[in-house]
Design a protein around this ligand. Structure first.
Ligand SMILES: CC/C=C\C/C=C\CCC/C=C/CC(=O)SCCNC(=O)CCNC(=O)[C@H](O)C(C)(C)COP(=O)(O)OP(=O)(O)OC[C@H]1O[C@@H](n2cnc3c(N)ncnc32)[C@H](O)[C@@H]1OP(=O)(O)O
Length: 244
């Protein structure tokens, strides 16, 4: 099991992304480990997505390093040879949702206060093509398009209805259910499951691998624009105001 632990809200900072990638690599290289459940140890939050402070007021070099780390974590989770189950035990906007979408199966706590989705448009930013492709592969083109254009965050019941999560279970049963799903997936021979997974996911993975440097350049150019920086600053202020 891998538990995201970066209070208060599991924002995906460069440090957390780097630790996450190293832990995944260790598991991937351990032949005895055939599956991983990804969850959070922060109450009510799976992950608040990318750490917005990493994308605000920093240097081009920093944005480059940060975006490479974001790409890396997606590549590792999405193309993992292990069975990956997301036990979504709290809200999961944007980058948090991407991690869940990149797993093989998603189980969410059935709490209507928890929400999940790719809400980038609400921040005035655009989800890159590989976020979009991952989303389309889970929910289909029409639902993904509407949800992305509106930057929707869906309540747990709504997310289940849309197919964004596979199952809802009472909060106290989440880990038990995740373990049962893992056992079901691990009952199959690894090689057949792994080859099938690669067949389904390879085109999307290959697309980013082929355009990785271009994608970093696009990100750095986009995020450095003063209009985008202003949107992000306003969004952070809104988060702080909402609190007080
Ligand atoms: C042409 C295009 C080309 C290229 C484009 C390329 C790329 C652009 C796309 C980049 C992709 C970005 C994906 C992302 O992940 S962006 C992040 C989106 N995340 C969010 O919108 C979530 C925001 N947070 C919340 O909604 C709430 O915090 C949450 C529901 C998670 C928890 O609520 P709660 O009430 O429990 O806590 P808060 O009081 O709101 O938060 C506590 C403190 O944490 C700070 N915070 C929250 N989220 C983040 C974050 N994502 N990053 C950094 N900091 C965050 C919040 O401000 C509070 O701080 P303090 O006030 O305590 O200082």
């Amino acid at each position: 099991m891998m538990k995201l632990k970066s209070p208060p809200v599991n924002s995906l900072s460069l440090e957390l992304l780097t630790e996450f990638a190293i832990s995944l690599e260790k598991l991937e290289n351990n032949r005895a480990c055939r599956g991983v459940i990804i969850t959070s140890s922060v109450p009510k939050i799976f992950s608040s997505g990318l750490d917005i402070t990493e994308m605000c007021g920093k240097s081009m070099e920093h944005y480059t390093e940060f975006w490479r780390a974001v790409q890396e974590i997606w590549l590792r989770v999405y193309s993992s040879s292990m069975v990956t189950v997301a036990a979504v035990n709290g809200s999961s906007p944007a980058g948090g949702c991407l991690i869940a979408l990149s797993c093989d199966y998603r189980i969410m706590a059935e709490n209507p206060k928890f929400s999940i989705g790719l809400n980038e448009a609400q921040l005035g930013i655009v989800a890159p093509f590989w976020f979009k492709d991952t989303f389309v592969n889970v929910v289909g083109h029409r639902i993904a398009e509407r949800s992305l254009q509106l930057g929707s965050l869906h309540s747990a019941p709504e997310a289940h209805k849309l197919g964004l999560v596979d199952e809802l279970v009472p909060e106290e049963k989440l880990m038990e259910k995740a373990a049962a799903v893992m056992a079901q997936w691990l009952a199959l021979p690894d090689h057949a499951r792994q080859l099938t997974k690669t067949m389904m996911r390879k085109p999307v993975v290959d697309r980013l691998v082929a355009h990785r440097e271009e994608d970093i350049k696009n990100f750095v150019t986009f995020i450095s624009k003063e209009s985008i920086q202003k949107s992000l600053r306003m969004y952070m202020e809104m988060l702080k105001k909402r609190k007080s």
